[in-house]
Design a protein around this ligand. Structure first.
Ligand code: SAM
Ligand code: SF4
Ligand code: SF4
Length: 379
């Protein structure tokens, strides 16, 4: 057992009651928070369970056979998720990402996807409906997910070397099966596919170039994610973070890249395109992304809210408390009141954890504090 694994303080029970304000916050798509940021992106965790034990997320020592996952009755039902999503859309959300735990472990997920796909944004447009998965069940499920209305998938994959990958997922899961899942997703039309690679020093930084070579020119966008100090159990240390600038230098030594424009405000990844012989971006070679939440804070235009498996809204990945919407749902509140409560929660928001962390000396960190786990809230 790693000495650095920190015992889990269960943050799931801490919640703020979602309050229905006396002055209604009527949804009109124009909601903004205390720092003027709109609400555009909702990440919904559909399960707190996972079949992997990635050490940076669900270390085996904590998430063992005695770990108490949420009981089924605590989980939002598909109808509850769909109802809340409709109200979030009315406030201006355009993009929904299903996550977890491992979202494909949630039984009959296709039914939820079909319900969500039928919803519309505040301007009457179909939503951008995506899912983040470890890919283990994708080969089996890709076609059904597409048929249900899912637009795209992001697959997490931390290396191509089978030994490295098996060690990182810590359940001896072979890399070939994830690659098969990615191929199935591509064949089913769940693209453009993104692949997320968390880079951890001393563990998989030697996989940066093999991953880049593999996905270059494939139509799949590889994104390098800095190992983050989320949760309280992974024993995060700054010296295990490989800064994006270093990843970029490693890539540039062999595969020339040029910076690309951000595709949308609030976009988490910085984009770089592979250059052709003329030194300009060659779209046929594709691009990579860098998600640098440790070395380059991007809170300024963070437009994301997170809905936990049991119906709490979190305003930041590093929040220690969520706002309980499930109680309102189950107490029989009307749509207008729940929408008003959501609006009120967002209006009060002032979270900017990464910016505050960035203001500290590089090795200071803010400490694990009393944060919720990534597997509970989703990425
Ligand atoms: N199980 C799914 C998966 O792995 O794609 C979805 C949930 S997982 C919590 C979402 C994303 O968070 C994954 O891409 C994962 O690599 C990333 N993640 C988890 N813990 C992280 C950490 N400590 N630092 C950076 N990324 C992390
Ligand atoms: Fe599971 Fe995803 Fe966390 Fe890995 S990162 S343990 S696959 S939830
Ligand atoms: Fe958004 Fe919080 Fe991440 Fe900043 S630290 S970008 S506010 S989720």
């Amino acid at each position: 057992m790693s000495e650095r694994v920190i015992p889990l303080v269960d943050q799931r029970i801490r919640a703020l009651r979602a309050v229905v304000p006396t002055t209604p916050v009527v949804p009109n798509g124009l909601l903004s928070d205390g720092l003027g940021r709109p609400l555009r992106d909702l990440r919904i965790s559909v399960t707190d369970r996972c079949n992997f034990r990635c050490s940076y997320c669900m270390p085996k020592e904590i998430f063992d056979k005695d770990y108490q996952y949420l009981p089924h009755s605590a989980l939002l039902t598909f109808e509850e998720i769909t109802r809340l999503t409709r109200l979030f859309l009315a406030h201006g959300v355009h993009k929904i990402r299903l996550t977890g735990g491992e979202p494909l472990l949630r039984k009959n997920l296709e039914i939820l996807i079909a319900q969500l796909a039928a919803l519309r944004t505040v301007d009457g447009q179909p939503l951008d409906l995506t899912l983040t998965t470890n890919g283990s069940l994708l080969a089996r499920k890709a076609r059904a997910l597409k048929a249900a209305g899912l637009n795209r998938v992001t697959v997490s994959l931390d290396g191509l070397d089978d030994c490295v990958f098996r060690r990182m997922n810590d359940v001896d899961f072979p890399v070939a099966n994830v690659l098969e899942g990615i191929a199935a997703a591509q064949a089913a039309g769940l693209g453009p596919i993104k692949v997320n690679m968390v880079v951890k020093r001393g563990t998989n930084e030697h996989q940066i170039l093999p991953m880049a070579r593999h996905f270059r020119g494939s139509g799949i966008v590889l994104r390098f994610i800095e190992y983050m100090d989320v949760g309280a159990t992974n024993g995060w240390r700054m010296d295990e973070v490989v800064p994006s600038a270093e990843v970029l230098r490693t890539l540039q030594a062999e595969l020339p890249l040029v910076p690309l424009q951000a595709s949308a405000p609030g976009e988490t990844a910085e984009r770089w395109g592979y250059a052709g012989p003329d030194g300009r971006h060659d779209p046929s070679l594709g691009e990579v992304g860098f998600i640098s939440s440790v070395t380059q804070a991007f809170c300024g235009d963070c437009n994301r809210a997170r809905l936990s498996t049991e119906g709490k809204v979190y305003l930041c990945l590093f929040a220690s408390q969520g706002h309980d919407l499930r109680s309102l749902l189950r107490e029989g509140a009307h749509d207008a009141d729940i929408a008003s409560a959501i609006g009120n929660i967002w209006q009060q928001r002032s979270d900017r954890y990464s910016e505050l962390r960035a203001a500290l000396p590089a090795d200071a960190g803010i400490g694990p504090g009393r944060r919720i786990e990534m597997s509970y809230i989703g990425g």
